[in-house]
Design a protein around this ligand. Structure first.
Ligand SMILES: [Zn+2]
Ligand SMILES: [Zn+2]
Length: 428
């Protein structure tokens, strides 16, 4: 009997296939570099958390909590879930580590797998990967703007072109309550034609009807509810400053009164970044400000904002925009050896090459299977080797190897003791 990966999960395999581990590594390396420039530091939280953390943070009536979490009871009868998102665990870790009692203002990032028990679809597997940031401990509008600029910087560095940022402001708790009331009123007459989910939402959390994915709900809602002015002066001023910061940096965005995000913890600025190449599930990522979450979770009243990008969605767009977005600039050196003493020399040589200080992006390999010279050269080709060192009985007796430049086909004899010198300056 053989085994397959669990439904909705996939192996991320090496080699140039779309979604390959090299692409994940490239995206992660680009992200870490940008996060460093913005002075965001990494948090790695466990993939399992208590179920109640997400019920409290995201909201008991949200789709994630009601339909999409992988949950189980552990041997100690605890309700455990595989984390469906990154913000609640980061806030949990922030409070658990007592950051709020020392340096309350902290900027974090995370990179890792998230889990949702949905019907698997393109770009949304049951195990998927997110890159996200959270700036905790500030109410400043500059932070909302910085989070959006950081997200745009990441997408630009990943060479994603043509994405759209759409922004809305939900205001403070009171403003959200006011908007809910307005929505309930505006949609009271339309209630019968809304989907069952929206009927429930209208009772429990009317804002959520605005992001119903159902087409007929969307048109009914957009007919009955246009943008209204519901922000208090303070929130209105905050939003104007956020937009001013974005304008001053030349960040392009659209205002969209229908963005509310599917999680209850958002207040003030909320945004989505979408891409037309993704079709109907067009979100590359999303985020916003969540000024009540830290206090809701037992901490002090602290402002915070963050975003998350979906790695698989980014890779879909990257693949559609051309395969050369993340150039592979590593160099491979292969040693082809024939005969027992040549094999021994090759094994010794390959391991001393692996220890050299320069050529950080180079890889070194040799044959372990007693293949023919022809087969070894084919292997070198398959690996994309830049240089091949060829060693046979002849070379052993002369104390040298043949160094072949695979691009120019030029071959020169090099003494064993000179090999490292001969390669110096030729490797990335
Ligand atoms: Zn307000
Ligand atoms: Zn609906």
């Amino acid at each position: 009997m053989t085994y397959k990966s669990v439904k909705g999960t996939a192996d991320i395999l090496p080699s140039g296939l779309a979604g390959s581990s090299e692409l994940y590594q490239a995206i992660e390396a680009i992200s870490r570099n940008i996060f460093q420039r913005f002075n965001y530091r990494e948090i790695r939280t466990p993939v399992i958390e208590e179920r109640s953390l997400f019920v409290k943070a995201i909201g008991a009536e949200t789709d994630i909590v009601t339909k999409e979490m992988f949950s189980f009871r552990d041997r100690g009868e605890r309700e455990i879930v595989l984390r469906p998102e990154g913000t609640a665990p980061i806030v949990r870790a922030y409070l658990e580590a007592n950051f709020h009692k020392q340096d309350a203002f902290q900027k974090f990032y995370y990179i890792g797998p998230m889990f949702r028990a949905e019907r698997p679809q393109a770009g949304r597997m049951r195990q998927f990967h997110q890159i996200g940031a959270e700036a905790i401990g500030s109410m400043a509008p500059e932070i909302d703007a910085e989070i959006i600029v950081l997200m745009a910087n990441l997408l630009d560095a990943m060479k994603i072109k043509g994405y759209k940022i759409r922004i809305n402001n939900l205001g403070c708790k009171d403003d959200k309550a006011g908007l809910s009331k307005t929505l309930r009123g505006a949609l009271a007459k339309e209630k019968s034609v809304l989907c069952d989910d929206c009927k429930k939402r209208l009772e429990i959390n009317p804002l959520r009807v605005l992001d119903c994915k159902n087409e007929s709900c969307r048109s009914v809602i957009r007919g009955a509810f246009k943008s209204v002015k519901f922000l208090c002066n303070k929130c209105d001023g905050h939003f104007k400053k956020v937009l001013g910061c974005l304008d001053s940096l030349g960040i392009k965005y659209e205002l969209d009164p229908y963005i509310v995000r599917g999680l209850d913890y958002y207040t003030q600025t909320v945004f989505e970044v979408t891409h037309p190449e993704l079709g109907s599930q067009d979100a590359l990522g999303a985020g916003g400000r969540y000024d009540n979450l830290i206090s809701d979770m037992g901490g002090p009243q602290l402002g915070a904002a963050g975003f998350a990008l979906g790695v698989e969605r980014i890779l879909i767009v990257a693949a559609k925009q051309g395969a050369t977005v993340y150039p592979d600039d590593k160099s491979v050196i292969y040693i082809a050896a024939m005969g027992q003493s040549a094999k021994e020399k090759a094994f010794e040589l390959i391991n001393s090459l692996r220890g050299i200080e320069w050529g950080k992006k180079a890889s070194f390999d040799t044959d372990y299977e007693d293949k023919s010279l022809k087969a070894q050269m084919r292997e070198a080709d398959k690996l994309g080797a830049k240089f091949v060192l060829i060693i046979g009985d002849d070379e052993i007796s002369k104390g040298e190897a043949v160094l072949r430049d695979m691009a120019t086909k030029e071959q020169i004899a090099v003494k064993f003791s000179d090999i490292i010198n001969a390669l110096k300056g030729k490797l990335c």
